[in-house]
Design a protein around this ligand. Structure first.
Ligand code: CP3
Length: 352
């Protein structure tokens, strides 16, 4: 069945560098615990059960779209569904976040990973959720698909959860460069198939989250993270063409990768998403005119009084300009933020 016609294409226009009537805006983690309707829903359903049940994932994806005048939706899921598809156990613990109780410790643990992964078998539930959500959106806004990038997933798989230093995963890069490459290559293969499957299922833009880039410097990033980021873009586009599907814009968010903006801008992505520590004007100079920038309001600006938040948003837009720009936060929204402040953010962006 054909998908409903898209009524609001601001996000896609901005990603392709076309003129927009208003600046498109969406929010990382826009479906999340700051919304009372999300907390109510989560009290009844386990996190990964929601991810694995297309009706539930679609419902949660739509919550912020019903409440706000957003210009994009992002499929409700998590980057850690890939380690799960490779046979690792991932739990979402309240107040802690994701925990992998049996992490990779030594290179011989790579043998435990179940690969190659048949993504239709192991991650078909995400594809079904995407297709269902495209229908339920009724063309209101485009649907974003996403994946974690290899280094970020490697970090979780070795650390067993979030950490302050990523020292265990970084120790692999220094001590076991060959095994690290093997793991990163294996993850790249899964991610390529996973993202192509999402396009096939109806995703209209893809975002790659390299959230753990902040732990690396230029040397390690260029050696281990960047080649995979570039390969994913190239291979996804090749496969999309082979399958006679329409190309979709691709975004990369390498959090904290100040040191790599120039290199990132050569990887073929249409959009580079910036965290709040980067200056928009400097970033524009460094990536050139032909890439769309996304971001980058400090999420904590949502704690400011309304007037001050509006000022911060105006200042940000003043620096980015209206062309080749998608407004967003510099990272995900926090659970204790006021849903009203998200409305202020969206209304202020749309007022330009
Ligand atoms: O609305 C959206 O943005 C789409 C859904 C989404 C989630 N996770 C839902 C989620 C997306 C795009 C992600 C990506 C993700 N997951 C990333 C990359 C982006 C980033 O934040 O850097 C990472 C690193 C993860 C891993 C992960 N999942 C962490 C670190 C946490 C704990 C964070 C927290 O706020 O506690 C999660 C859990 C998670 N993923 C939640 C949501 C809504 C909250 C869990 C809950 O409902 O109990």
């Amino acid at each position: 069945m054909a998908f409903p016609v898209l009524k609001n294409d601001r996000l896609l226009r901005a990603a392709r560098g076309e003129e927009v009537d208003k600046i498109p805006v969406w929010v990382m983690r826009q479906a999340g615990r700051y919304l009372p309707e999300f907390r109510e829903f989560r009290s009844k359903h386990d996190f990964f059960t929601i991810c694995q049940t297309p009706e539930l994932a679609a419902e949660i994806t739509l919550q912020p779209i019903r409440r706000y005048d957003l210009d994009a939706s992002i499929i409700f899921s998590d980057i850690l569904v890939i380690p799960q598809a490779l046979g690792m156990v991932v739990e979402m613990r309240p107040g802690v976040g994701p925990v992998l109780p049996d992490p990779l410790v030594t290179p011989s643990d790579l043998k435990k990973l179940e690969h190659p992964v048949n993504v239709n078998e192991k991650l078909g539930y995400v594809f079904e959720a995407i297709t269902l959500t495209r229908h339920k959106l009724e063309g209101k806004v485009p649907l974003i698909g996403f994946s974690g990038a290899p280094w970020t997933l490697m970090g979780y798989m070795i650390e067993g959860g979030g950490t302050k230093t990523m020292s265990k995963a970084k120790a692999w890069l220094y001590r076991h460069p060959e095994a690290s490459k093997e793991l990163l290559d294996l993850l790249t293969d899964v991610i390529v198939d996973y993202l192509v499957g999402q396009v096939q299922a109806g995703a209209q833009l893809l975002q790659l989250f390299e959230s753990n880039a902040e732990y690396l410097g230029p040397e390690l990033f260029n050696q281990f993270a960047l080649p995979a980021i570039a390969a994913i873009n190239k291979r996804v586009r090749e496969k999309v063409t082979q399958l006679n599907l329409e190309q979709v814009p691709m975004t990369v968010f390498a959090k904290g990768a100040h040191y790599a903006l120039e290199e990132l801008s050569k990887c073929g992505y249409d959009v580079i998403s910036l965290d709040w520590t980067m200056d928009p004007e400097l970033a524009r100079k460094r990536v050139g005119p032909n890439i769309t920038l996304q971001g980058n309001l400090d999420p904590c600006a949502l704690y400011a009084p309304k007037g001050k938040l509006e000022e911060a948003v105006k200042e940000m837009v003043g620096k980015f300009g209206k062309r080749r720009y998608i407004a967003n936060l510099g990272h995900g929204i926090y659970p204790d933020m006021d849903p009203e402040s998200v409305k202020t953010l969206i209304d202020t962006i749309h007022s330009f």
